[in-house]
Design a protein around this ligand. Structure first.
Ligand SMILES: [Zn+2]
Ligand SMILES: [Zn+2]
Length: 440
């Protein structure tokens, strides 16, 4: 596969020319427009050069992941490609952490690293959706975070910045949430911040997400001939229908921000047999973990109500909860600042950014353990082109999507270097985190 042209220093984001395009940087522009400090200018040059160098090979890896989509828990190829690439760039690889066969944990430490050194965490995702493939663009997250981590490593060595980098290869974001397993296994002990950027249909730094929990519900009744002796039966489908209807009626009383969506996964096999088993799957979402808890309680009551009505037995199981994103405005603001200054990316106002919350992610769980960002960058689609659609999937293989991924990679690395080098910024990030991570 031929490599793609990389144009990180061209002004493809807006009509203005990049302040860092053209000849090597001139300090004058920083002074005249109060853009970046001299240090930040130097970081940018080193990071950009390194990511341009990495981009052809990482683009091939992105295409290979895109062309061979693997659903959550089955991302063998993606996991291998990314961990081998990181290993070739001096990261130590721990395979299958947290007993997740398609996860990896890659670590780099500078020679002078010690227990007081700061640690930058990058998260990757690489799972696809069933049938539609990489319609969430995780092929881009995979290579974007890896590019950013390696560029950060390169800059740390270049500038003599002490510290460590950890790259969390986290599987199965779309379903069971590999990051939750990482947390439960104690693997988030070391990073001082966790960084990730997700492709999308607009640029958002303060990305709110909803708390989410999935549940599968099964009713067990008693089969009978539907015409000969129906009175001997106990119809499990009736229990599912009652549940479905009761949840639909409950929607009018749900608090703002709450959503429940579901499908019937088994409604019986034959019309002339009273079904002895029926099942459904639901996803519950709400603004916060606390309000999601209230939603769960009511939905559980509905499940049990159908037992009283039909006599069937109930079995239900909840998947791990995805928590809402605990925003860190210092980290997100720094990401936005660099995106604006380096690439003239335009963001909605902070109020507009925070007023939107539709999707959910297991980065939400990470954000309550360590100060985190989960930003979104536009990959050359209009705002009406939603994630998880064919149109969005096709965009995620484009040159434009990859160029913007490298820019997000540069900017994440800039944020990482600031965390390493700027004590005031580090303190502000953690001071904010201490006030926001109190779980209800
Ligand atoms: Zn998705
Ligand atoms: Zn996604």
């Amino acid at each position: 596969m031929s490599s793609l042209p990389i144009r990180l220093d061209q002004a493809s984001e807006g009509s203005m020319a990049s302040p860092l395009s053209g000849p090597p940087l001139s300090p004058a522009h920083s002074e005249s427009s109060h853009l970046l400090t001299e240090w930040e200018d130097e970081w940018y040059q080193v990071l950009r050069t390194e990511i341009v160098r990495l981009a052809p090979e990482l683009t091939k890896i992105s295409h290979e992941i895109f062309d061979n989509p693997e659903i959550g828990g089955e991302e063998v190829l993606a996991c291998r490609l990314l961990s081998e690439f990181l290993e070739r760039h001096e990261f130590h690889i721990e395979p299958a952490p947290a007993n997740l066969p398609t996860a990896f944990l890659a670590t780099f430490e500078t020679e002078d690293y010690d227990e007081h050194s700061r640690v930058i965490g990058f998260f990757t995702e690489y799972d696809a959706l069933p049938e539609i493939g990489h319609a969430c663009g995780h092929n881009l997250i995979a290579v974007g975070s890896v590019a950013s981590a390696i560029a950060t490593k390169h800059a740390m060595v270049h500038f003599g910045l002490r510290g460590s980098i950890q790259v969390f290869g986290s599987p199965d974001e779309e379903n069971l949430g590999g990051k939750i397993e990482f947390i439960d296994a104690g693997l988030l002990k070391y990073p001082d911040v966790c960084l990730m950027a997700h492709p999308g249909n607009q640029d958002i730094a303060l990305m709110r997400t909803l708390a989410l929990q999935s549940v599968s519900v099964h009713y067990h009744g008693k089969a009978a001939h539907a015409a000969v002796m129906p009175w001997e039966g106990m119809n499990a489908l009736d229990a599912i229908v009652q549940t479905y209807q009761a949840i639909a009626m409950y929607r009018q009383e749900m608090p703002p921000g709450a959503m429940v969506h579901g499908i019937i996964t088994d409604g019986g096999r034959a019309c002339n047999v009273i079904p002895n088993h029926a099942s459904a799957s639901y996803i519950l979402r709400s603004d916060t973990k606390a309000t999601l808890g209230r939603l769960k309680s009511r939905v559980t009551d509905i499940f049990e109500g159908a037992v009283r009505a039909t006599g069937c037995q109930l079995r239900h199981s909840w998947d791990p909860m995805y928590m809402e994103m605990n925003l860190n405005r210092n980290l997100a603001g720094q990401y936005q600042y660099y995106m604006e200054k380096l690439y003239q990316v335009q963001f909605p106002t902070a109020l507009e950014q925070e007023s939107r919350a539709t999707a959910s992610t297991d980065m939400g769980n990470v954000s309550f353990v360590k100060p985190s960002i989960h930003t979104m960058y536009r990959v050359g689609v209009g705002t009406t082109c939603s994630l998880h659609t064919e149109g969005f999937r096709n965009a995620c293989k484009s040159n434009v999507a990859h160029e913007r991924t490298w820019k997000a990679g540069v900017v994440m690395a800039m944020v990482g270097l600031k965390v390493l080098a700027d004590d005031d910024f580090f303190d502000q990030v953690h001071k904010e985190f201490r006030t926001t991570n109190r779980q209800p």
